[in-house]
Design a protein around this ligand. Sequence first.
Ligand SMILES: [Zn+2]
Length: 208
Amino acid sequence: MVKINKEKIKKWEAEPPPAARVCPPGEKSFLQEKYSQLGLKNFEKLKAVPSNEKKVETEVSNEVDFYIREIAFDKMLKHCYDMALEGNEAMGLLVGDVKQWKSVYSIVYDVATASLDSSPFYVRFSRDAFEELFDKLDDIEYDYIILGWYHSHVGYTSFMSGIDIQTQMKYFSQPFHAAIVIDPINIEAKAFRILNKKCIEVPYAVFK
Ligand SMILES: [Zn+2]
């Protein structure tokens, strides 16, 4: 967990944010375009996996301060899609940096994925999954910041459940932290942050 603490002493580098395509809350066309671009097919015949995750209503922010490199976005989307082919959830961490220009923003350069031992009967993540991922990341030598995590909801839409919010509060409660929830069946991707102890849906901006 050494890397997690480093962010506290790191100074945010001043750099203008990249030119990016902004996907505000409610935007659907970006993911549809991604599906055709990446050759992903719609899951018409696949039924949603029953889940006990309950939707928590969230407020919406329009401030753009969350950037994702397109190759990282594609990797994350493919991971969620491939796992969903077998009815399984996917999860991973967002790896990048925090910078400042007019205001502070976070920028995802890569994602660290883990194929977890889920089966169609076991779709929830064990808390150990985080430990395992953090251990993997401790082996990386370069300077980075964990910006949050992503996970998929297989067919029950994209939202933050009570347990997702608990996870976010426990591991990723800083203002630059985010969570991305992808539903590869309903073709949805949403981003959330914890701001003033509340979970807020935020726009994300994808750059090349
Ligand atoms: Zn969830």
